[in-house]
Design a protein around this ligand. Structure first.
Ligand code: 13P
Length: 340
């Protein structure tokens, strides 16, 4: 492991007000989104989708790194270029999702544990050879009556820490993603309490596993009311609750924070990130960036619908969302940008 290289990569991923594109949907998740739009659920459709995303003109001006899925990093563009190489040519750092998904946690009805540690050292070495320079592992925490349990939080934090240490050993920057889900009728305050507890536990375990925080990124949820909660706070209230929680629980040494979108509407994900960067401009130790999947890709996917004739319009929509989020990093996003 070269510590300085890790730190340089982590910093590059949040430099220049850019952010990450999570194009790493597993096949079942990708198929769910394709099915809703009548797109064939085939390997070739998944490949074609990723090909036009990577070929979006100017994408590297707003996107610093892209997270690929195992299948995608092994696929090529029509001209034979592997996707990881195509990203590098576009000025984008290739990354890879390495977890094996969230499965039922034994003894904890309604809760999940992310699997994928067995054999991870060998897989990381292979991904590094294929050009990946960073990785992602997503843990999910469910809120509900009596949930989350301490057992679920601890098991997931431990797995995240073991993953992060293995990544750094292999020279890959770990993106640590503990996602507190939006599903449910919980309040924003409750989401904040749980998010803080989860983050404190995660950083305790990262410390125990000797993870170098300067060579990591955090990919958290925003602190939000549950989707079914009658009270939905304003953009500024969400920004304040989110950054307050992070300031309490995330060490200043962490290279950057790149939010997941978690199913928020695209424009709201931009507006909330923008508000955080406006309101905490001089009061935060880490860059506040984005690592969105749905909030960048969904509008473009709905235009593409599997039809080659729509690729150019879909690329325009994708580039637009990427630019909006780059503006949000600078605190320069506004609703007017959506009409331009
Ligand atoms: P969303 O932005 O769609 O939540 O996806 C982010 C992600 O990578 C989840 O692991």
């Amino acid at each position: 492991m070269n510590t300085q290289e890790l730190i340089n990569t982590a910093r590059a991923l949040v430099a220049d007000d850019k952010g990450l594109l999570a194009m790493d949907e597993s096949n079942p998740t990708c198929h769910k989104r394709f099915a809703k739009l009548g797109i064939p659920q085939t390997e070739e459709a998944r490949r074609a989708y990723r090909e036009w995303i990577v070929a979006t003109p100017g994408l590297g001006e707003s996107i610093s790194g892209a997270i690929l899925y195992d299948e995608t990093i092994r696929q090529r563009k029509n001209d034979g270029t592997p996707f990881a190489q195509a990203l590098v040519a576009a000025g984008i750092i290739p990354g890879i999702k390495v977890d094996a998904g969230a499965k039922e946690l034994a003894g904890h009805p309604g809760e999940k544990i992310t699997e994928g540690l067995d054999g991870l050292r060998d897989r990381l070495a292979e991904y590094a050879k294929m050009g990946a320079r960073f990785a992602k592992w997503r843990a999910v925490i469910t809120l509900g009556p009596g949930l989350p349990t301490r057992g679920c939080i601890e098991a997931n934090a431990q797995a995240l820490a073991r993953y992060a240490a293995l990544c750094q050993e292999a020279g890959l920057v770990p993106i640590v993603e503990p996602e507190v889900l939006m599903d449910g009728d919980h309040t924003m305050t409750r989401c904040g309490e749980v998010t803080e507890e989860v983050l404190r536990t995660v950083y305790d375990r990262l410390y125990a596993q000797r993870v170098i925080l300067e060579g990591t990124l955090l990919k958290p949820n925003m602190v939000l009311p549950g989707l079914a909660c009658p009270k939905q706070e304003t953009v500024d209230e969400v920004a304040d609750a989110t950054v307050t929680c992070l300031l309490r629980a995330v060490p200043a040494a962490v290279a950057g924070i790149a939010f997941l979108s978690g199913g928020q509407p695209s424009e709201l994900a931009s507006a909330r990130l923008n508000a955080m960067n406006v309101r905490f401009k001089s009061r935060r130790p880490w860059p506040l960036a984005f690592s969105y999947s749905r909030a960048i890709q969904q509008p473009a996917l709905e235009i593409w619908r599997g039809d080659a004739a729509n690729v150019s319009a879909a690329q325009k929509a994708l580039g637009h969302r990427a630019r909006c989020n780059r503006a949000a990093r600078r605190g320069e996003y506004s609703a007017a940008m959506e009409k331009a």
